[in-house]
Design a binder for this molecule. Structure first.
Ligand code: ATR
Length: 267
């Protein structure tokens, strides 16, 4: 019987996840379906209950339900615990298991696809909201020296204090970054959504990688980084890699991501 999966969000129409998982399934021969489901804002738990009743095997969760998904789960993987949010649920017999594959997806895109090893590198993470929490643990696990910067400095300090037991992490205000050299700068703010640029000093080293977790267009951050000579990447690779990690959790098979990234770029 075909195993059923879905991605749940609100809104969800724009989601590329069904296309990605359908490509993974075709490539690996896994007998599964994957659809998108819009849950009402006050109806996430009821939607999960319905899917479980109907025999779905698991789901992905996106905005704005990642926190609720984490709360609702009965078993939580460490990378979901540190993120305080889940993007992947597994429906087991009695349990709902929560995981978060966003950070693993980011690290894999940077290290495998962009071929930039993070061990020992000076990495700047911009933002201290949900997106930053989601990726901080897998970033620290690479052995990089992580700096977090946020417009509201106290939130950067809280994030750094939270993750300090897991690795080398410091908090900064934007104005304190002047002259600090970073090898990799990751934009985990939502500033690109409003076409704003975080107040970054223009201190990109020539070899630096500027990575925006958003995808679909060149954000002000990407334009700024390019003007200052950095190598620039958007978050499309991360999107495919976080999906591949979820696919692996559900199916125990790692799909090849390069052809899927290429197919999405060509669209
Ligand atoms: P998400 O889940 O996308 O991380 P969030 O939790 O609302 O969303 O966090 C948004 C992040 O983007 C925050 O770190 C926010 O900074 P503040 O905490 O100071 O609000 C950051 N952000 C949003 N717009 C920004 C801008 N124009 N410049 C700099 N940072 C910005």
């Amino acid at each position: 019987m075909t195993d059923r999966y879905a991605v749940i969000g609100n809104p969800i129409n724009h989601s590329k996840s069904p296309l990605i998982h359908q490509m993974f399934a075709a490539q690996t021969g896994e007998d599964m379906s994957y659809e998108k489901i819009a849950a009402p804002l006050d109806g996430f738990a009821a939607t999960i209950q319905r899917l479980r009743n109907e025999g779905y095997k698991g789901c992905n969760v996106t905005v704005p339900f990642k926190f609720e998904a984490f709360e609702l789960a009965s078993e939580k993987q460490p990378r979901a615990v540190t993120a305080r949010a889940a993007n992947t649920l597994v429906f087991a017999a009695e349990q709902i298991i929560a995981d978060n594959t966003d950070g693993a997806g980011l690290v894999r895109d940077i290290e495998q696809n962009l071929n930039v090893s993070l061990r020992g590198k000076r990495v700047l993470l911009m933002g201290a909201g949900g997106a930053a929490y989601g990726v901080a643990l897998p970033l620290l696990m690479t052995g990089c020296a992580l700096s977090v910067v946020n417009r509201t400095v106290v939130k950067a300090q809280q994030l750094a204090a939270n993750f300090a037991p897991h690795g080398n992490i410091k908090a900064y205000a934007y104005e304190d970054l002047t002259g600090l050299p970073f090898d990799v700068i990751i934009n985990a703010t939502s500033s690109g959504l409003s076409d704003e640029l975080a107040p970054l000093p223009a201190s990109f080293a020539p070899h630096a990688l500027a990575y925006d977790m958003m995808y679909g267009r060149a954000t002000p951050f990407m334009q700024f980084a390019k003007q200052h000579g950095a190598q620039v990447a958007d978050g499309l690779g991360m999107l495919v890699e976080q999906a591949a990690e979820a696919f692996f959790i559900w199916r125990g098979v790692r799909p090849a991501t390069a052809p899927v990234i290429a197919a999405l770029r060509a669209r």
